[in-house]
Ligand binder design. Sequence first.
Ligand SMILES: [Zn+2]
Length: 203
Amino acid sequence: MRFDAVPVPPSVGARPRDARGYPVPAITPWDGDTPQFALTDYERSADCARGRRCSVCGELMPRGPVWRVVGASESAAIAEALAAGRPYRNLAPTLEGPGHRACMLYASMVCPYLARPGARRGLDARTPDAMTEHVVRGAARGASGAVVGFADYEFAITATRVLFRFLDVVEFSPHAESDAHLDELRAELAGRTADMRPAQDGR
Ligand SMILES: [Zn+2]
């Protein structure tokens, strides 16, 4: 769907934008004035991991669950584990860091590089051709992925990579359509707005 038809979480709205108006995620490297959406910046990702900050908006994630967008095969594996009553863990570490629920719901519908099904699945995030292929495929995707909440995560910062592992699924929202999470995002943002009202009144 058109990215400007999706309500923007305030913290994402505060991000810099590219020339088309797309918010640029916190872990995206820049080449001069041009964000490199297909890539994950090592230093930015490490900073987010160390500071428990959201990979989309870059703001602190409170203690408790974290979210990420997963592709089709991981979504299927999680669905299978849940149906069998087994705990799910992604045994292979991923380069994709966690984020806020609202940010990941937003990213699943808007950001072709975060929402892209199956992309960033392996550890080779510096493969733009593969990324482009996933984006094209994503435009016509079916039951292609999910927004998943995890009770916790762990990370490792190596000399060249920042790797994440996610533990214990607490929410599983598969998406078949690109706007599948629109109502959830609206509700999430409405809840946050309600929570923040006293502070806004106090300004
Ligand atoms: Zn965020």
